[in-house]
Design a protein around this ligand. Sequence first.
Ligand code: PLP
Length: 457
Amino acid sequence: MTTQTTQYRLEQKRDVSAGFPGPKSAELAARRSAVVAGGVASSVPVYVADADGGIITDVDGNSFIDLGSGIAVTSVGASDPAVVAAVQDQVAKFTHTCFMVSPYESYIAVAEKLAELTPGDHEKRSVLFNSGAEAVENAVKVARIATGRTAVVAFDHAYHGRTNLTMGLTAKANPYKSSPAGSFGPFAPEIYRVPMSYPYREETEIKGEDAARRAITMIEKQIGAENVAAILIEPIQGEGGFIVPAEGFLPALAEWAKEKGVVFIADEVQSGFCRTGSWFASNHDGVVPDIITMAKGIAGGMPLSAITGRAELMDAVHPGGLGGTYGGNPVACAAALAAIETMEAQDLSARARHIEEQVMGRLRKLAEDVDIIGDLRGRGAMLAMEFVKPGTGATTKEPNAEATKEIAAACLQEGVIILTCGTYGNVVRLLPPLVIGDELLADALDVLEAAIRKVAA
Ligand SMILES: *Cc1c(COP(=O)(O)O)cnc(C)c1O
C-alpha cells in the first residue's frame, strides 16, 4: 500500500469516566437556554472541547467515539492537519474579498477539481455556495432557466434542506416543515412528489426499472414531461433513512430524463466525497447526472457547497444570475483543496469500503440473533439499520422508533455518538469519519452491539 496513514493528535480512546454532562457542560447548557432559540436542538448533552480522528472530547474531559462526523461532514477528521494548515495559511492572507467583486485562484482550483472528480467526461462548469440547501436551490434555478420549464420532481423520503424551496422539496413534515403546533409554510409551488424505490418497504418485490416506470408514469400522467425542468434525487437517501434504491432505478430515471429534455439532478450533499466508497454514490449505478449538488464532506468541516453541471446548462444563466456574498469563500476553498488532497493521499474511498466490511460483517451476524433489525443497508461508510417491532420483520415490518431511540441513548451512555434518521424515526445510521482507526471502530461496534442486544432482550 502506498497510501498515507492518518496521524492523530488526540489519543484515539473512548473514556467517559469523568461522567456527563459534567459541571462545565451543565453550565454551558444553562447559558444556552437563556440565549439560544429552542428550535435548534442538539443530540448530545455535552459541549465540545476538541475533536480529531474518531474522537470528540468534551469540556469536562470525556472522550466520545464519533460515528456521526457532524452529519457526514468531517470525513477527513475534524482537525485534519492538511486542512488546518491550509486554513491557517489562507486566513492570514485574506479571509474574504467576494468572488463576485475581486476573484481569486482557489475558487477556480476547486472548480477544476470538481470537473475532474464528478461523474462524466463532458465539459462542466461549477458554482460555489455555502450550504447544501443553497446548492439545491441553485441547481433548480439553473434547470429552470436552461429548460424554460418550472416543475420539479422530488421523491418520497427525500431530504433537501431547510430553506423555503428545499423545505418544499423535503418529504418529511415533522420536524422539517411543520409540527402539530404549526407549519413553516406556505411552501414553494411547482414541486411534485413521486414514489421512491425503497426495497425493504415495497408491498411486493419490484425491480428497479419497474419502480422507475411507476414514478415515470406518475410524472407523465400528472405533470406532463414537457413541463418538467428537473428530477431531483439523492442516489442514496440520507435523512429519509439511508435508502438505497433497487438496482436499475437510477439509470432508468436518468435515461428517461435524457429522452425528455429533463435535467437530472443528483443531490450528493450527504453521499459525496468518498463517503460511499467512491467519489460519488452515482458512480455505483453508472449514472452521469446533468447537475450534481455537493456540500457536507467537501471541505473538511468548513462551510462550502457546490453545483457542477453540463457546460451548456450552467452557461444558460446570464452573468450575475448566480452567486452570493460568501459563496466560495477563500478559507473554505483552501480547506476543500486540502481535504480533497487528503482523500486522494489516504485513498479514503478504499477506507470507506474497508469500514463497510468491518461493520457489515459484525451487524449481519447480529441481525441473525435479534428480531428487531428489519433491514441492514448502505454503502461504504454510509450504513444503516432499520428497526422494527419484535417479530414483525418478516410480516408487517412495524417501525420501532422507541427501540431506535433507546439504542442511541444506550450508545451515548457508553461514550459512542450515533445518529438516527428515517421517515419513521426507526433507523440508526453510521457515518464515522473515514479516518477512524480499526481498533476504535471495533470498540464502538462492541458498544453498539451490546446496546442492540440489551434493547432487543
Ligand atoms: C444535509 C443535506 C442537505 C442540506 O444541506 P445543508 O448544508 O444543511 O443546507 C441537502 N441535501 C442532502 C441530501 C442533505 O443530506
